[in-house]
Design a protein around this ligand. Structure first.
Ligand code: NAD
Length: 275
């Protein structure tokens, strides 16, 4: 297919657009994943804490698309951090997914107060050596957390999945990532839907004859980000993937930049999150 991919520093590649399945129960995950894969998606983003790994696995098998063509991500939950607990939690995730490897395993949050993310990372390095986690990365890490992993293990995460949308563009984090060849992945790329009725976005959408969700998804692609918009509605899943036949121009990028002035985080701050 003609969907764009990004190559990690470990040599593996990730499709730039994937399906996010947060807040999706198992039965809905089956139909959403199946719809996505039938429509051409080849990248699914789940997590142990979403409690739908089983549904995601079922959706993959029901789609008829072979496992080898699919890029599958899951994440380690905070309470499973630490070397041995990580290895155990990983086995549980694989069993629920019904697969013998994941393409990407992420530490879901740094949870700095637990003080365990370096030991957790050492277990991730082991899982990659075993070939069961093809690539290893993190989520919600600040540059100082990333720097500790690099300093204490010598292994740089391939990706950092962080909250990022046009009105919260994470410029500082992206600069650090670029310096270290870490790919940036956007979670809540549509601002959890809050940007879809924004008049500035509507203007760009009208100019291109596209929907708001499509031009925002395109904004992430044109910024070199990996993007995982969430929907469980087949027509929207399809809509969010029809973004490979147009591009935003410099004027659009400037228009989008005007959103930054009232930008804010929607989710928790990883430094102070209570979990
Ligand atoms: P999002 O920004 O993708 O917005 C999703 C919402 O937008 C949907 O619930 C739906 O209401 C609406 N929507 C989507 N497509 C639409 C369309 N075409 N037309 C109209 N409305 C549409 O929000 P999200 O789910 O928070 O983020 C996406 C994914 O990011 C998650 O599913 C999950 O995989 C990941 N995520 C990761 C973390 C993390 O800590 N790593 C945190 C939050 C989310």
């Amino acid at each position: 297919s003609d969907q764009p991919t990004i190559t990690f520093h470990d040599g593996n590649s990730i499709p730039q657009v994937g399906l996010g399945v947060w807040q999706t129960p198992n039965d809905t995950a089956v139909t959403a994943v199946k719809a996505a894969l039938s429509g051409g998606y080849r990248h699914i983003d789940t997590a142990a804490i979403y409690e739908n790994e089983q549904g995601v696995g079922e959706g993959i098998r029901a789609s008829g698309v072979s496992r080898g063509e699919i890029f599958l991500t899951t994440k380690l939950w905070n309470s499973d951090q630490g070397y041995e607990p990580t290895l155990k939690a990983f086995d549980t995730s694989l069993r629920r997914l019904g697969t013998d490897y994941v393409d990407l395993y992420l530490i879901h949050w740094p949870a700095p107060k637990r003080g365990q993310f370096v030991d957790t990372w050492k277990a991730f390095i082991q899982l990659q050596k075993e070939g069961r986690a093809r690539s290893i990365g993190v989520s919600n890490f600040y540059p100082e957390h990333l720097q500790r992993l690099i300093d204490e293990t010598g292994i740089t995460p391939v990706i950092n999945q962080i909250e990022l949308h046009p009105d919260f563009p994470q410029t500082e984090a992206r600069t650090y990532h670029d310096m270290h060849r870490i790919v940036t992945q956007s979670w809540s790329p549509l601002g959890q839907g809050t940007l879809l009725d924004n008049p500035v976005v509507a203007g760009v959408a009208a100019k291109h004859g596209r929907t708001p969700a499509q031009v925002i998804t395109r904004w992430h692609i044109d910024n070199g980000l990996v993007v995982i918009p969430k929907s469980v509605t087949p027509s929207r899943i399809e809509e969010n993937f029809k973004v490979f036949d147009f591009k935003l121009d410099d004027e659009d990028m400037k228009t989008f930049a005007s959103l930054e002035k009232d930008g804010r985080r929607i989710g928790p701050d990883p430094m102070t999150a209570s979990f």
